[in-house]
Design a protein around this ligand. Structure first.
Ligand SMILES: C[S@@+](CC[C@H](N)C(=O)[O-])C[C@H]1O[C@@H](n2cnc3c(N)ncnc32)[C@H](O)[C@@H]1O
Ligand code: SF4
Ligand code: SF4
Length: 475
């Protein structure tokens, strides 16, 4: 399994016992478990391989027939509704970081502009107006994530905006931590701002290679100091961008973060959106090996210490199976969240479907200082991104996992091929991680893999676990 292999969809197989249900297919997830799945609405049943299919037909098909009329429109609505809930704002296009994989072009990070405080206020006011007047959004507080480039380079303007809007909006900030002070941390925690920090290695030396900073600051030391100041703050998460250089460190990263009282980690494979970054991409085989170890490490630490650490993107895969319409990250469904559930705004006001499109000028939308949110959402380039559905990608259209995987990411595949409707380089990794997620669900580990507030708020629609032995089937 490597990046040069052609992606093969999971075709699944039929059985005479389910012949009258053409959307249902079996798939052997490993040597012990087998899943029966409707790829369209993600109805599934798991059983051990080896038991007679008649058991499954009797107990599952009636449940399937009963729930299908509800599940079909639910997933359709989830996939197709325009439901803007968050806007990513880059209050500056500049960054002191020189990370070799960054999807924001170096020219933008070095010579970009800062957003004028008046423009920031204009943009926030427009988002507020949209939420007040748009039927889907009425009554919900807009979510604003200050992202970048490096938002803390203009912390004064950003903190002032948070002060002004904190009662009407929910705020987050994503940072390399180099400009963070203890006073800033107190401000962010007091105002319940969600904070994402970036850390790529457990070693200062390796982190410096992956996340070098222009000037004298050191990203590793800054993040370590910030973790002490945040001291287990529940609104904190740490992103590790996975490359060929740090992929083997994933389990150690989970140990380090757990020791530092971090409860949410994101382990994101590098997106080779910027030219020349393909060399940084880890192989599917390494990704799979070490990502699984990281999941196992998180489970082991959670069980041993009774203090959870969740790998948020894997938790999203678990949710994509157990509660498909409750998933939070919107990369693993098509159309993805870009230009639909969120969009991004550059420091000069230019709107983009998602930050990952900043380097792809053909996808830039209207300037939000001048135009309305509705106008940005209606831009042709936003529509193009929304038009990317698994049904249009030849391999994915045949794949049983298409509505769990979502074939991310549009910006990356477009940068690589000039075509939105192509299969991603991480296909093999996605397939195997979904197999692994099914296995952990079969072993009853779902709750340990999800954040408490997510698992506690899930409502049961159908429960097939009561008769697991009945669910087994044979090819
Ligand atoms: C673009 S940065 C902006 C905020 C801040 N400068 C930081 O580094 O956290 C946000 C996150 O995107 C990640 N990132 C940047 N380029 C990426 C790429 N090509 N693929 C995946 N993640 C990337 C970074 O590692 C970081 O965790
Ligand atoms: S610190 Fe963030 S924005 Fe800056 S180069 Fe690194 S990943 Fe990109
Ligand atoms: S990218 Fe995802 S949906 Fe497409 S073929 Fe691969 S596993 Fe299936």
């Amino acid at each position: 399994m490597n990046n040069t292999l052609k992606a093969e969809p999971i075709a699944g197989y039929q059985h005479p016992s389910i012949a009258q249900y053409p959307r249902l297919r079996f798939h052997d997830i490993d040597d012990k478990w087998r899943v029966l799945l409707d790829a369209e609405n993600v109805f599934w049943a798991l059983g051990e391989k080896g038991a007679p299919p008649a058991n499954l037909v009797d107990s599952i098909v009636s449940l399937y027939s009963k729930n299908k009329p509800t599940l079909d429109p639910e997933i359709d609505h989830f996939r197709n509704k325009l439901d803007l809930s968050a806007v990513y704002i880059n209050p500056t296009d500049r960054c002191n970081g020189r990370c070799p994989y960054c999807y924001i072009p170096q020219e933008v990070r070095e010579n970009g502009v800062n957003m004028q405080p008046g423009d920031l206020d204009t943009v926030l006011a427009k988002i507020e107006t949209y939420n007040k007047t748009n039927a889907e959004a009425v009554g919900r507080k807009p979510v604003i994530v200050f992202h970048g480039s490096e938002p803390l380079l203009v912390k004064r303007d950003m903190f002032e905006a948070i002060e002004n809007y904190k009662d009407r909006m929910l705020f987050g900030i994503q940072t390399n931590a180099t400009k963070l002070t203890e006073t800033d941390v107190r401000f962010l925690m007091k105002n319940r701002v969600s904070v994402g920090l970036s850390l790529d290695s457990v070693s200062a030396e390796e982190n410096q290679k992956s996340r070098p900073i222009h000037g004298t600051e050191d990203a590793y030391a800054s993040v370590m100091q910030a973790l002490e100041w945040f001291d287990g703050y529940p609104g904190l998460n740490v992103i590790t961008t996975i490359t060929a250089s740090n992929v083997h460190e994933l389990p150690q990263m989970i140990r380090l973060l757990h020791e530092k009282k971090v409860t949410v980690s994101l382990l994101n494979p590098v997106r080779c959106t910027a030219p020349g970054t393909e060399v940084l991409r880890p192989s599917n085989r390494d990704m799979l090996h070490y990502f699984k170890q990281a999941v196992d490490t998180a489970l082991e630490l959670t069980q041993k210490t009774n203090r959870k650490i969740v790998i948020s993107n894997f938790a999203n895969t678990i949710l994509a199976i157990t509660a498909p319409t409750a998933r939070r990250l919107m990369c693993d469904i098509t159309p993805c969240g870009a230009a639909r559930r969120f969009f991004a705004v550059m420091a000069d006001g230019t709107s983009v479907p998602c930050g990952e499109f900043i380097g792809l000028k053909g996808f830039h939308g209207p300037n939000l200082v001048e135009a309305s949110v509705e106008k940005a959402m209606a831009a042709d380039s936003f529509g193009d991104v929304r038009s990317r559905v698994v049904e249009k990608i030849p391999e994915c259209s045949q794949c049983l996992y298409r509505n769990i995987c979502g074939a991310p990411c549009p910006a990356e595949v477009y940068a690589q091929s000039g075509d939105l409707n192509t299969v991603p380089a991480y296909c093999e990794f996605y397939k195997e991680m979904i197999n692994y997620a099914f296995r952990l669900i079969a072993e009853g580990k779902t709750n340990a893999l999800l954040q408490n507030q997510v698992s506690d708020s899930m409502t049961e629609v159908y429960d097939i676990a009561r008769s697991l032995s009945d669910l087994s089937c044979q090819k």
